[in-house]
Design a protein around this ligand. Sequence first.
Ligand code: ZN
Length: 168
Amino acid sequence: MDKELLHKKVKKDLENLINDNPPERTLGNLIPLSIFQAVRIGVLTTGCGIEAIIYNIGKDIGREVISKYVDESNLFESFADILSKAKIGVLEVKKIDENEMILVLKDCISCHNVPNVGTTLCHFEAGLIAGTLEEKLKRKVNVVETKCCGKGDEYCEFLVKVEEKIYW
Ligand SMILES: [Zn+2]
C-alpha cells in the first residue's frame, strides 16, 4: 500500500473542502455522522493504544493542512472558522494565557450525541488542536480532552499546555 499517496489524497480533499471545492461524487461528498462515528468508535474499541495513533493523525493534519488556513493575527477566530468549514465542530475559547488554554468544542463530529461510555473519545480533535497550534505558535503543545459527550458532558473541553519555544 502506498501510504504516502493516500495521505496526500486525504490532505488534498480536506483542503478542497476548506476551499469550498469538495470532490465530485454521485451521492454527494458528506457522509452521515452515524457512519463516521461507527468507524471512529469501532476503531477506538479495538484498544491497543489506538488513541495515541488517532491523536497523531489529527496532529499531522493540524500541522500540515489546517494551520495553512489559520491566520495568526486572528488565531482563534480563524481556527474556529476552519474547524466549522471542515464540519469538525464549533470551537470556543474558555481561557487563554501564555502557557495554558482551555478550548471548548461543541457539536463535535466524533462525540456528538454519543451516550456516556465513561471515557473521552476525541483524540483526533485533541491532536488537531495540538498540531495546528504548534505550527502557528512555534512552541510545543500538548492537548488533553477533559470533558466529552463520551463522559456524559454536553460538549468537549480541551486543556492545552503550551511549552517551550521550538524552531524548525
Ligand atoms: Zn469529545
